[in-house]
Design a protein around this ligand. Structure first.
Ligand code: GLN
Length: 456
């Protein structure tokens, strides 16, 4: 049914870069056999899933939305993909994304944009717009995304889906093509909170292949969602982050946010306002730390080891450096080049302390703001994104306007804490979905599911 739905709507939505119907049907047949023998591999055995094209998959290309990796077939599966396969979930295919996960609209994909199923003239968010649109358009019931600065939560908000960024280290990054190692996390994209909890439990937990993986059991996420669904939040302290609302937030988004907070109060939660003064510097900090890490990570695309190789025009016996230059010039898009230049500049000797060093200090201040806020509250809340989905092309030529989408999601990545985006209803001005964000302390991902399910 999902393959039929993909065939019917993906020409318009373009959520997928690659669909493998044959492999998915074979996996589904194996799943049917297991289930009729009464021995399913997991609670999600047989439920199809779509995978963001930044996670390596054996037998399917992995492009990261870039020309430089066109046609590359990885020799190994990401740990999260291995876990999907072991649990019996048929993999439908790979979803579209901004090139190397850089963007908030999926317009920076080298393979053309994904469109928002709510309105095909609008963006589905980014960088994981493909995964969010696939779930919103009923092409897949479940998807995996990755979130470095908001790429699971912001697409969730603008497509009316649920998206979770787990605690840093809670889900393995082995086989995730790194954008910024200290910020990246893999997480679920679904239509319900319980589905996210089920998928999160399945992909999460310790992995010896990821040196930053937390070596302790995950909290009970499904149980937390089931408890939350009873709707009783008595005794829960909720902190509304003062710096993440008001000016700069669309009126309809803010109105749906205020209503969701009222629902929390009705469910018995105690609401306080908390202040996180360093959050106003989060965007600037992120746009130093992230390009620094990305510029270093992307150095491996050198025309020798992976994917594309372009020989420079009119040069006999070109040197390795000439081939590398021609390949990177043709293979990377403008946004990727912009960030490589920013990162390389900020890391250069003479500027390192002033930019990268300073950003790391502000990052510590942001973590301290979280620590202080979590003394006053068990969870923190804000709108997920400042606006609903904007029109394709609207912010493409204005990188700063594009970066502002991540205002409310970035602090969690800088501090490594988990966050969920929930649909909070439709904004009055445009009838488009708005998102409600819940943040919890590191390793307390269960709280996201308790609160999320109570609101659903
Ligand atoms: N939109 C942000 C950026 O462009 C976040 C990307 C992400 O989370 N991968 O960097």
């Amino acid at each position: 049914a999902h393959l039929d739905r993909i065939a019917a709507v993906d020409g318009d939505v373009h959520a997928f870069l690659h669909v493998d119907a044959e492999a998915a049907l074979a996996q589904a047949a194996e799943s049917d056999a297991r289930r009729s023998a009464g021995a399913p591999a997991s609670r999600l055995d047989g439920v199809p899933v779509a995978v963001k094209d930044v996670l390596t998959t054996v037998g399917m290309p992995t492009t990261c939305g870039s020309k430089i990796l066109e046609g590359w077939l990885p020799p190994y599966d990401a740990t999260v993909v291995t876990r999907l396969k072991q649990a019996g979930l048929p993999i439908l295919g790979k979803t579209n994304m901004d090139e190397f996960a850089m963007g908030s609209s999926t317009e920076h994909s080298a393979y053309g944009p994904t469109r928002n199923p709510w309105d095909l003239d609008r963006i589905p968010g980014g960088s994981g717009g493909g995964s969010a649109a696939a779930v919103a358009a009923f092409e897949a019931p479940l998807a995996l995304g990755t979130d470095t600065g908001g790429s699971i939560r912001q697409p969730g908000a603008v497509t009316g889906t649920v998206g979770v960024k787990p605690t840093y280290g809670g889900v393995s990054r082995y086989g995730l093509v790194a954008m910024a190692n200290s910020l990246d996390q893999v997480g679920p994209v679904t239509r319900t909170v319980l589905d996210s909890a089920l998928l999160h439990e399945l992909i999460g937990g310790h992995d010896p292949r990821d040196s930053t993986s937390v070596d302790q059991p995950l909290p009970a996420l499904v149980a937390a969602a089931e408890q939350g669904a009873l709707g009783d939040l008595t005794g829960l302290r909720v902190g509304v982050i003062k710096e993440l609302q008001g000016e700069g937030y669309q009126a309809g988004v803010q109105a749906r946010f205020t209503e969701a907070v009222e629902l929390l109060v009705k469910a018995g939660a105690e609401v306080v306002e908390v202040s996180c003064p360093s959050f106003v510097h989060a965007l600037a900090t992120y746009y130093l730390v992230m390009p620094c890490e990305a510029s270093s990570n992307l150095a491996k695309f050198d025309a020798m080891r992976y994917g594309m190789r372009v020989l420079p025009d009119g040069v006999d016996n070109p040197s390795a450096e000439e081939v590398m230059r021609a390949t990177r010039d043709a293979g990377f898009g403008d946004e990727v080049k912009r960030r490589i230049i920013l990162g390389t500049y900020a890391l250069s000797s003479g500027y390192y302390d002033a930019y990268y060093g300073q950003a790391q200090k502000v990052r510590t201040l942001i973590s301290r703001d979280f620590a202080a806020a979590f003394e006053q509250a068990d969870v923190l809340v804000s709108p997920t994104a400042p606006t609903t989905a904007f029109k394709l092309g609207e912010k493409l030529d204005d990188p700063l306007a594009m970066y502002l989408n991540d205002l409310a999601t970035i602090p969690a990545n800088l501090a490594g804490v988990p966050g969920i985006s929930l649909p909070s209803g439709l904004a009055d001005e445009d009838g488009l979905p708005a998102g409600f964000q819940v943040l919890a302390p590191a390793l307390a991902d269960d709280r996201l599911y308790r609160v999320g399910a109570a609101l659903e």
